[in-house]
Design a protein around this ligand. Structure first.
Ligand code: COA
Length: 323
């Protein structure tokens, strides 16, 4: 008998503080019109002082556990996709586990930048399908604004903070149909940070830690790559484009989302879009968009949903599921 991983609950959390494009006009040489036209972003949320990635993850997880109607003690693994952990170690998953109060179960982070949640979901799916685990909490959580250079207008306008979570449960009913992950480290320099623990963290050399991106080059690769992952996912499942009810894409740029929808011949009213409200929240973006889609009543039980993401590494991936 085939065992599927079924999503039985989702949750999301956005910090209270909102930074609008107008607010950004006072910080860098930019304007609301440019940001909206080039990215679709209107605002982003910013974590409060003293509020860390594990706190955002905790708030999203509590909502996902409530929706699933289970306790943290019912979980048997926690996986967190993040590229902005609270600390280098312990992992954000361990800090989250302590906050949730479920010691003993395996807990670890996955770093695949903006594809982090899809990567984490694919790992969780394999554990459940193998029969070794029954209920896994999978989270995407980020405080990306902590590593933004607020003087660099080409990146400062793009990113935001947030967290999304799903509870996966072993089921006889169809759930995740397939996951697909890829990477190409040859393009590491197009989207990266200026420093890290092993290369040296000395601020006097390179300034504070910051995201660095060659946006235009990233844009072109992202559009092409997301097109191919969509094809791969459909072919693997022997499905047609018209079989997909909803696209839940990584929320980096509305123009990238629109291009992927066009490739799928999907109307934009079958695509979940949250980038206008959140900016690019990296690994948090797909689970937050999924939660929004479900809680707003757009995505319904039994529908076929395609999740996809692309990010630094480069990494990219997809998951096709029946809700
Ligand atoms: N406000 C106003 N002008 C800005 C600006 C800002 N925040 N940022 C850049 N510009 C200017 C540039 O300096 C440039 O001016 P110039 O023509 O006088 O040189 C002009 O706008 C166009 O810049 P360009 O970088 O070519 O714009 P773009 O259309 O490629 O849009 C991004 C920039 C970053 C929005 C876009 O490339 C993008 O979204 N890339 C992918 C990002 C992404 O998805 N990253 C994460 C993957 S997970």
């Amino acid at each position: 008998m085939t065992i599927y991983s079924k999503i039985i609950g989702t949750g999301r959390y956005l910090p209270e503080k909102i930074l609008t494009n107008k607010d950004l006009e006072k910080i860098v040489d930019t304007n609301d019109q440019w940001i909206q036209e080039r990215t679709g972003i209107k605002q982003r949320h910013i974590a409060a002082d003293g509020q860390y990635t594990s706190d955002l993850a905790y708030n999203a997880s509590i909502k996902a556990l409530e929706a699933a109607d289970i306790q943290a003690s019912d979980l048997d693994m926690i996986i967190v996709g993040t590229t902005t952990p609270d600390l280098i170690f312990p992992s954000t998953a361990c800090l989250l586990q302590s906050k949730l109060g479920c010691p003993g179960i395996g807990a670890f982070d996955v770093n695949a930048a903006c594809s982090g949640f899809i990567y984490a979901l694919s790992v969780a799916d394999k554990y459940i399908k193998s029969g070794s685990h029954k209920r896994i909490l999978v989270v995407g959580a980020e405080t990306l604004t902590r590593i933004v250079n607020w003087e660099d207008r080409t990146t400062a306008v793009l990113f935001g903070d947030g967290a999304g979570a799903v509870v996966l449960e072993a089921s006889k009913e169809q759930g995740i149909l397939s996951t697909h992950i890829h990477a190409n480290g040859d393009h590491a320099d197009l989207l990266t940070t200026n420093k890290g623990p092993s290369r040296g963290m000395d601020d006097s050399q390179t300034g504070p830690i910051a995201i660095m991106m060659k946006g235009n080059a990233v844009f072109k690769v992202a559009v092409k790559t997301l097109g191919s992952i969509v094809d791969e996912t459909l072919e693997h499942n022997n499905l047609e484009k018209s079989d997909i009810d909803w696209l839940v894409p990584h929320q980096a740029n509305l123009r990238i989302i629109t291009a992927t929808a066009r490739k799928l011949k999907m109307d934009m009213n079958q695509v979940i879009v949250t980038v206008d409200q959140t900016g690019n929240t990296s690994a948090a973006s797909v689970p937050m968009a999924l939660d929004y889609g479900i809680r707003s009543g757009k995505i319904k039980k039994g529908q076929t949903v395609l999740l996809e993401a692309f990010g630094g590494g480069f990494t990219w991936g997809s998951a096709l599921l029946k809700l």
